[in-house]
Every structure is written in structure tokens, then in C-alpha cells.
Design a binder for this molecule. Sequence first.
Ligand SMILES: Nc1ncnc2c1ncn2[C@@H]1O[C@H](COP(=O)(O)OP(=O)(O)O)[C@@H](O)[C@H]1O
Ligand SMILES: [Mg+2]
Length: 184
Amino acid sequence: MELEKRLSAFAIEQLQKAYEYCGSEGTIHFYNYWEQNVLQYCILKVIIYKEQQEVEKELKIYDQFLKSLNDNPNLVKTLKVIHLRDLKLICILMQKCNINLQDYMRKSLTFNSILIFFHQFLNGYQSLYQSRVVHRDIKPENILVYFQNNQPIYKISDFGVSKICHFYFNTQSQVGTAQYTAPE
Ligand SMILES: Nc1ncnc2c1ncn2[C@@H]1O[C@H](COP(=O)(O)OP(=O)(O)O)[C@@H](O)[C@H]1O
Ligand SMILES: [Mg+2]
């Protein structure tokens, strides 16, 4: 509860400093805090919405993360979701990664590292598929890289336009980024 209060206050303060933002529909901030004497390095994504229905799908997906998807190392871990209904804000506290794939790809990758990427990406994608989450905006900026013992771990992120499909093949609207549109 204490953390929730601090996070909400931080999110509001950051929004007031509007010039500090990056990202298109939300703002991304570094957020570090102590938990049991260990400093946690996190990212806080703040989403501002007008109508609650705009964010309902995304909220359901974060719910699914907290239930099961967080176990997959190839999906960005969601630590906490706070919905401030009065302010029409959603604060998502997540694991901090080091770089996005777009920037990481600027250095030339070996064939072997591309194979490792595909293997990890498919592992993340498989869990989404099993939970019937259709990401709908897979692209290099939405895949993050986390270095563990100097080895990259690729993590799918940004569920801003994702959906949970209760029946297969029911996504008929065109969203995301044209160059990367997925077959679903
Ligand atoms: N957990 C994270 N760790 C490190 N960087 C992140 C994290 N989440 C987002 N970012 C950075 O912020 C960028 C935009 O975040 P994203 O969630 O894709 O928001 P948007 O809705 O604006 O596309 C990412 O491409 C990445 O560079
Ligand atoms: Mg994005």
C-alpha cells in the first residue's frame, strides 16, 4: 500500500513535468525503490486515458500477467498496476530492461545471436498465444533487451493495442505499425 501511494504521487509529479516524457501514448520513467534492503530498478509507465473503455483491454492483459504470464522470461515482467480512476491514469510498474531491440540492432548481430533471438522471441510469443493474447504491435521498439551475465534476454513489451481473443481469428481491425503487421 505504501508503495502504491508513493508510485501514484510520483506519477502525478512526473506528469506535471510534462517536458520530461517520452513515448507516444504514455510516459516512461525510471523508478527505483528499496525492498527488503535491496534496491529495485524499475520502469513506471503512466497511461493517460479519456474513456475507461480505451484501456480496459490493456488492463485485462496486465491482469493476465500478474496471474501467469510473468513466469515467462521472454515477456517484460509486470510488478504492479495501479488504476487511479479519478485522474484517469494507469501506472504500470515493470522490470527495467537495458535497451530496445531497435537500438540494439544498430550493432551488427551474428547469425548465432539472431537464432538465439528467434528462439527466445518464440518462447515469449508462445505464452501470449496460449493465453490468447494477440499483441498486434510487434516491432523492434516493443522488444526489450535485458542483459544477464552479459548475455541478452529478449522480452516482448508494450501491450497498448493488444487484445485477449476468446475465439481465434476475431481481430478484424487494423492497428499497430503497418510494416510489422502480424498475420493474426
Ligand atoms: N521496462 C522497460 N525497460 C527499459 N526501457 C523501456 C521499458 N519500457 C519501455 N522502455 C523504453 O521506452 C520505449 C517506449 O515504451 P513503450 O512501452 O513501447 O511505449 P509506447 O506506448 O510509447 O510505444 C521503449 O521502446 C523502450 O525504449
Ligand atoms: Mg511501444
